[in-house]
Design a protein around this ligand. Sequence first.
Ligand SMILES: [Zn+2]
Length: 302
Amino acid sequence: MRARRAVIPPVWSVTSLLMTEPHADNPEGGTGANGDSAEAGSEADLLTHYDILRVLAPNPGPLTLSGTNTWVVGRGPAWVVDPGPLLDEHLARLGAAIEARGGLGGVALTHDHHDHTEATSALLERYPAPVAGGRGAVDILLGEDVRFGPFEAVATPGHSPDHYALVADGACFCGDAVLGEGSVFITPYRGAMHGYLLALTRLCLREDFNVLCPGHGPPVWDAQAKLEEYLAHRVDRENRLIVALGEGRRTIEELLDAVWFDVPEQLLGLATATLAAHLDKLEDEQVLPGGVERPKFERTEW
Ligand SMILES: [Zn+2]
């Protein structure tokens, strides 16, 4: 897949094309039906130049943004990344895309969170095909560099331990490692934050994709800039945390106030999980001062 990069049109020419090609009559109904017309240009590009269709599930929310993205890749057969939530309307659109593209070759899961995987069984009932994922009942267990259909897996832990990005033909299906808008939350299993920063750095160093196709939000054409922005964001949070600890703040509330001051109330639980992951990292690096209140969680599986 690395070798194919040369045949992908540079992003600037793709961008200029979209001005003249609205794809209003797209038979796959990918753009307008998704309800976020501002993104229609970049989705049209994905379809035209990469043969990748975004099927946006109707499950919007504070965590899922406009909804979960299911990506349909190529044709004869098509490959699906993250079947998404079990919703009739979503499955019907997915089925139509698969049939228009000559059947289903396989399903790749970026991670096993519900909003990405719930529709998998129902989809496979209609279109039997192998499933690849980082854990659980899958046919192909993903690991670093494992290939599945057109995809090459890249370990991207942090949001969950089983998280993989899938790189194929100039695109990186990055699940919840990087979103089209805003930032992700990191879960507090041991090593999560370290693994996540390493994953972002490693993705940044790759030269075999131009576009990020995230689990939520629109495709991101300047993949490198977005990855650098994500790295800078994590470093910024960590720096603020180190300053807050230096000022003597020790409780979860004080640390959230100082570091995650911009996070809306409803997302504070997730900010707390991310705080826990940052504290774990500082502890592993032996720079965490004593007496810091540590978040506790009922769940142990992320
Ligand atoms: Zn998600």
